[in-house]
Design a protein. Sequence first.
Length: 208
Amino acid sequence: MMKERARLRGVCAAVLACWSLVGLVGCGKVSQDVIMEANNTQKEFLLGPEDVLDIVVWRNQDLSRQGMVIRPDGKITMPLIGEVIASGRSADQLANQISDRLKEFKENPSVSVSVREVNSYYVYVMGEVAKPGKFQLKSHTNVLQAIALAGGFTNFASKSKMQVVRHATGADGKLQEMRIPVRYDDLVFGTGEIHNFILKTGDVLVVP
């Protein structure tokens, strides 16, 4: 009877472990959506709140702006055209958007946007690492680099049970939580379905 109870406890623990990983299809099998989300490297830097921009409208100093900070709502305010959504766009995309809006007032406007300060890119590392916390980043950072920034693992870290918690916009346009399972050995040796992927702003790396 005791052996049977122990066996049942083990089965229950295994089932709960599977259920705790959102995005898994069956125990130990990662869904294709999670794999694609992790391995789809973002090439361009996307603007976000608190980034500082220099916006130059060629031959028009009155419309140009230096040191403009993207507001928490992701917008900036420009002369003539008013509010413009900057968050989630690259610098070139924002320049094209401003240029299109200015065509109502100016013939063939030429606009350039440069990033003076990057303040919107940050990740969290929590759990069994030497220095858990929020890390403000200035360049693209992958999972292994984030672990290094946090001072590496403690002696109690479960390296094969790490997760990256990410909030992404689903097909229905709503914000959804996604949990990406991460195995340290897979990242180091390049094995497994999920590689040493680039973290996105707001990602939380959990080391149990």
